[in-house]
Ligand binder design. Structure first.
Ligand code: HEM
Ligand code: HEM
Length: 228
């Protein structure tokens, strides 16, 4: 039989890595989202932190403790839909680990974060000749740069030729590559905005579940403990 004291008892749910990774992800994503060309190094480093955490979190999903494992929070689609329908009527079952809907959101979020970081690294390499994929730019550099055009590769730090608005000229000095870079930039931005939309839904879901279960879930992500 459950006693009142039993109901008050706190149990450890989120391990230290999950909690640290979560809040570091929030900080790094925020920095990456709010910085752009004027602070490109900071933008790239914040993005690398996001990418690194995503990779570690995926590994942790296989080797971590019970509630960190994917196997603990991946459910059949019918269960996810049933949970969501019940949640909007504030009747969703309470789960100690991630709920079925929360579990799906985590997978989608991790994939969106990975896509944003991946396209960012690709763009940084192809358009700016920087980062781990910098070789993409050198391999696409025109054999004989046209006079007065082209990205400077003389070692000085001028990333962009800011007096020229045309990206094709300021990036690789080659119209074909410039168009590709612009498309890549659009995709990167689109993924970043899509991720932001998912984050808004994620926070909305957390608040709704907190309300439905009369339980402060953000606090549980800080302390790591929940009501039994
Ligand atoms: C950049 C913004 C955010 C990202 C990328 C993000 C991502 C994630 C991820 C990946 C998880 C899964 C945790 C794990 O198992 O490792 C998670 C869970 C969680 N997040 Fe966030 N999150 C963000 C913002 C927030 C904010 C602002 C809050 C607080 C209001 C929040 C509250 C939570 C909670 C409470 C959970 C656990 C959900 C549960 O009880 O099942 N998140 N988040
Ligand atoms: C989750 C991580 C990331 C987020 C949320 C993010 C977000 C964004 C956003 C919103 C823009 C558009 C800025 C504008 O309006 O011009 C942008 C541009 C860009 N990002 Fe990222 N990014 C991330 C990761 C990365 C990484 C890891 C790199 C490279 C290592 C990168 C490289 C770039 C570059 C080169 C641009 C184009 C800047 C310009 O020419 O205006 N990003 N990013």
């Amino acid at each position: 039989m459950t006693t009142a004291a039993g109901l008050d008892e706190r149990v450890k749910v989120w391990d230290r890595f999950v909690r640290l990774a979560h809040w570091a992800l929030v900080a790094a994503f925020t920095v990456a989202f709010l910085t752009e060309d004027d602070a490109m190094s900071l933008h790239a480093w914040a993005g690398y932190v996001v990418g690194g955490i995503v990779v570690l979190r995926v590994v942790w999903g296989f080797i971590g403790p019970e509630h960190a494992r994917f196997s603990d929070f991946l459910y059949r689609p019918g269960v996810v839909i049933g949970y969501l329908l019940a949640l909007v009527r504030l009747r969703g079952r309470r789960y100690l680990g991630h709920s079925p809907a929360g579990g799906v959101m985590i997978i989608v979020l991790l994939a969106a974060l990975a896509g944003t970081t991946g396209t960012g690294i690709w763009l940084y390499g192809a358009a700016d000749g920087r980062g781990p994929l910098a070789s993409l730019a050198t391999s696409m550099e025109p054999a004989a740069p046209i006079q007065g055009e082209g990205r400077e590769i003389d070692g000085d730090d001028d990333e962009y030729d800011t007096d020229d608005d045309d990206r094709r000229d300021t990036r690789n000095g080659d119209s074909h590559d410039g168009r590709d870079d612009n498309a890549l930039k659009e995709i990167h931005e689109l993924l970043a905005n899509l991720t932001l939309l998912l984050i808004i839904l994620h926070v909305g879901g957390v608040l709704l579940a907190s309300f439905a279960h009369r339980e402060n879930l953000p606090r549980a992500m800080i302390t790591g403990t929940k009501r039994r």
